[in-house]
Write a protein that binds this ligand. Structure first.
Ligand SMILES: Cc1cc2nc3c(=O)[nH]c(=O)nc-3n(C[C@H](O)[C@H](O)[C@H](O)COP(=O)(O)O)c2cc1C
Length: 147
């Protein structure tokens, strides 16, 4: 059975809902999935072997991109000599397109993963407003096909 790790940061619950919905869909497709709130884990989790790593983070700030506050430490620790070579990633997050940097946190994390040698297997899921199951399922189907 394939396995996947989901780590997310969420303030009002939207990215958390998205993470749980992604998990549900993966499990329907015979994946074993570990979902962790970023407050309960650290970058060492990325050293463990998973077929796919999914990172989810909402975006905050006004004039500049701010990661969801719980995710900041995790992001900074990615800089501490971690190699993501040979690992498959997909990114997701919730935002609001009325802000200048729509889902900017998702792009920041994707750029970091890319710089550390990780493989981004599919376009990021950027949710505008409240997350809806259908959109999440469709994206997840695309990710599964891409792995
Ligand atoms: C003060 C504030 C700043 C925000 N800044 C951004 C932003 O720069 N870009 C964006 O896409 N969304 C922005 N948002 C929207 C949130 O990311 C959005 O509400 C999201 O659904 C929150 O997800 P969460 O519940 O998982 O934390 C902002 C929201 C607030 C209240």
């Amino acid at each position: 059975m394939n396995n996947a790790l989901i780590v997310y940061g969420s303030t009002t619950g939207n990215t958390e809902f998205t993470a749980e919905t992604i998990k549900e869909y993966f499990e329907k497709n015979d994946y074993s999935v570990t979902v962790l709130n970023v407050t309960d884990t650290g970058v060492d989790e990325l050293k463990k072997e998973y077929d796919l790593y999914l990172l989810g983070c909402s975006t905050w700030g006004d004039d500049e991109i701010e990661l969801q506050e719980d995710f900041t430490g995790f992001y900074e620790n990615l800089n501490k000599g971690l190699s993501l070579e040979g690992k498959n990633f997909a990114m997701f997050g919730c935002g609001d397109s009325s802000y200048e940097y729509f889902c900017g946190a998702v792009d920041m994390i994707a750029d970091k993963v890319d710089a550390l040698g990780g493989t981004l297997v599919f376009d990021a899921l950027k949710i505008d407003g409240d997350p809806e199951e259908d959109e999440i399922y469709e994206w997840t189907r695309g990710v599964i096909n891409a792995v």
